[in-house]
Design a protein around this ligand. Sequence first.
Ligand code: ZN
Length: 159
Amino acid sequence: MIYPSSCVGEGTWHQGDRFNVSEVCNFNHFDHVGVAVKDIEAALAFFRKVFDVPDAEVVLMEDQGVRACLVEVGQTRLELLEPTGPESGVGRFIERRGEGLHHLALNVTDISGKLQVLKTLGVDLIDQSPREGLSGTIAFIHPRSMFGVLTELVENDSK
Ligand code: ZN
C-alpha cells in the first residue's frame, strides 16, 4: 500500500513500519451504523417486528435537521435518521440516493486528540472540533477521505 507523503505525519516512516501509536486514530469498536429513512416510526417498527430489537426513543435534533433514534444491538447500535425536511442534509441524501446506509461511526477514546491525529495525517474533516450528538461527543470525517463513506467519530461512556 502506498501512502501519500501527507499521510506520514511527523518523523521518519518506512514502508512496512507501523505508525507510532500516538500518530494513529485507533478506535475501540464500531459504535453504530447510521441509516437514512423516510419514516422513522415505520422503520423502527420494522426492525422491532423482524429482528426483535429493543425499542428506542425518537429524538428531534432540530439543528441537524433529523429525527433520530439509537437502537441498542449488543455492543453496537443502529441509528435511524429521518429528515425534518427536504433541505436538511439527510433530506438531500435521500433525494439523491434514496433511503440507505448514511454513515459509519467509530467509537474512540480522546476524540479531540484523534481529530488532531487525523489533521496531521491529512484526512479531511467536516467537524474541526468535537460537538455533542445523539450518540455522544461526535465529529464527522469527510467521505472523500474515507473511500466514499461518511464516517463519524464518537466518544461516550461505552468501551
Ligand atoms: Zn451517527
